[in-house]
Write a protein that binds this ligand. Structure first.
Ligand code: ATP
Ligand code: MG
Length: 416
């Protein structure tokens, strides 16, 4: 970790302040996707100016920011301009070059730290961290083995047949189920590894999941930690489809364990910013005591979007507070909520023709909050927006969520 990550007495950057050179307090983000857009909205609501570094001219965040630096993420001139414009910098997507964050950290506070982002970008390092944390966090990851060489591949067949059936996952650049192959036998494993280009991978034992959940944690420069209660997530085809965010969404004892584990993992990383930790809930009686840590995202997460409408501070507010060194509030959820992801598929009818989704009917339902990310082209599987449903009680939230999912032909209806 760079020395800068241990700045514990960071001078707060107050919104609306103007420095000696007449420059407005400005917060920067590397990456221009929807997470960056919602970060920009949160920062601007507080009164900050914003800057986005993103090569795409039409990016969701670039389109709404005061400044848009349109260069590659590792372009030296672009990074210099971002550092010059901003008093603090964060990132919004996982695969931002860690080197770029390191460069920025030489002159500006950067949260999260480049080294931590580097760990989260590599499943091998990520799992090593979870394993090292296990004593304090109380959770371990699924049994796994690293496969980087043909010898390690052979060793699975010889010594680790217990990992089959399993999931082979590339160490880097996987998201939304991409870069993953399910394998039943050693022969299938060998074929899958070759198909993935024989790159560094981990083979994970396939676990009998009963549910999945995630926890959002925010930690400040001073080490103060706040967190949201775990949300339960339903994936369809490897992509998040539905998030259930209310008290009865999972057994209370498990929820406490997940939350404590996520806080512990953030603390052991000396993390600054918003961190999302994903967990598997496995069948009772297994060796894992019901809870297994899957992976972490060093940023706000799709599963935390409900916080925008159901909590008094959202995950993006906390990202702003944390990076700017403002007092970190413990967020309070004021309404039960269900979030439905809106993929590009919603913009096509059964025959593949483009259609405008029936927003009139959806928005007529009580407690619906529509968020579209300003992406100009809908494509199947592309995250275009999300719909959060809030209400006075869980039953009513579920009823409206089911109606909205039916109107929009969303997947995961049976999981609501
Ligand atoms: P994300 O979009 O969250 O970054 P990802 O592509 O990085 O996803 P994972 O979270 O590792 O991938 O896995 C995607 C999904 O596949 C999980 O949410 C879970 O449903 C399933 N899965 C992954 N690993 C296992 C496992 N070991 N046992 C059973 N199911 C698994
Ligand atoms: Mg995942």
């Amino acid at each position: 970790m760079s020395a800068d990550s241990h700045v514990t007495a960071m001078t707060p950057i107050f919104p609306g302040s103007v420095d000696a050179a007449g420059q407005q307090a400005t917060l920067g983000v590397v990456g221009g996707g929807q997470l960056g857009r919602m970060f920009v909205h949160a920062a601007q609501r507080l009164g900050y100016f914003t800057a986005v570094l993103e090569p795409d001219a039409q990016s969701p965040a670039g389109l709404v920011s005061h400044h848009h630096i349109q260069t590659g993420y590792d372009d030296p001139a672009g990074l210099a301009q971002l550092a010059q414009l901003c008093q603090a910098i964060t990132t919004e997507f996982e695969n931002v070059p860690a080197q770029a964050l390191q460069t920025l950290a030489q002159t500006r506070p950067v949260a999260p730290d480049a080294a931590v982002v580097g760990i989260a970008q590599n499943r091998i390092e990520e799992k090593a961290h979870f394993t090292a944390c296990a004593d304090l966090s109380g959770v371990s990851c699924a049994p796994y083995a690293v496969i980087e060489t043909p010898v390690q591949l052979q060793a699975i067949q010889d010594d680790r047949a217990d990992l089959l059936p399993g999931i082979l996952k590339t160490a880097r650049l996987g998201y939304d189920g991409k870069g993953q192959v399910r394998v039943r036998t050693a022969a299938e494993l060998a074929t899958a590894w070759a198909e993935l280009g024989s790159v560094a991978c981990v083979l994970e034992k396939m676990l009998p999941l009963t549910a999945e959940c995630s926890v959002l944690v925010a930690r400040g420069w001073d080490g103060r930690v706040v967190s949201f209660a775990p949300q339960r997530n339903v994936h369809v085809d490897g992509i998040l489809a539905v998030t259930h965010a209310y008290e009865e969404n999972m057994p209370p004892a498990l929820a406490i364990r997940a939350r404590d584990a996520a806080v512990s993992i953030a603390q052991q990383l000396d993390y600054v910013g918003v961190l999302c930790v994903e967990f598997f809930v496995v069948e009772d009686g297994s060796e894992h005591g019901g809870l297994v840590v899957n992976e972490m995202a060093p940023r706000p997460h799709n599963s935390g979007h409900y916080t925008l409408d159901a909590c008094d501070a959202s995950q993006f507010d906390l990202q702003v507070y944390a990076m700017a060194g403002l007092p970190l509030p413990q967020p309070r959820q004021h309404s039960p909520a269900i979030m439905l992801n809106l993929l590009g598929d919603v913009w096509f009818d059964a025959s593949g023709q483009l259609q405008e989704p029936d927003w009139r009917s959806v928005l007529s339902l009580p407690g619906t909050h529509l968020h579209l990310y300003g992406k100009l082209q809908a494509r199947a599987g592309r995250k275009m927006g999300h719909l959060t449903i809030t209400g006075p009680d869980v039953a009513r939230v579920k009823t409206v969520a089911r109606r909205a999912a039916t109107l929009l032909s969303l997947p995961g209806l049976d999981a609501i």
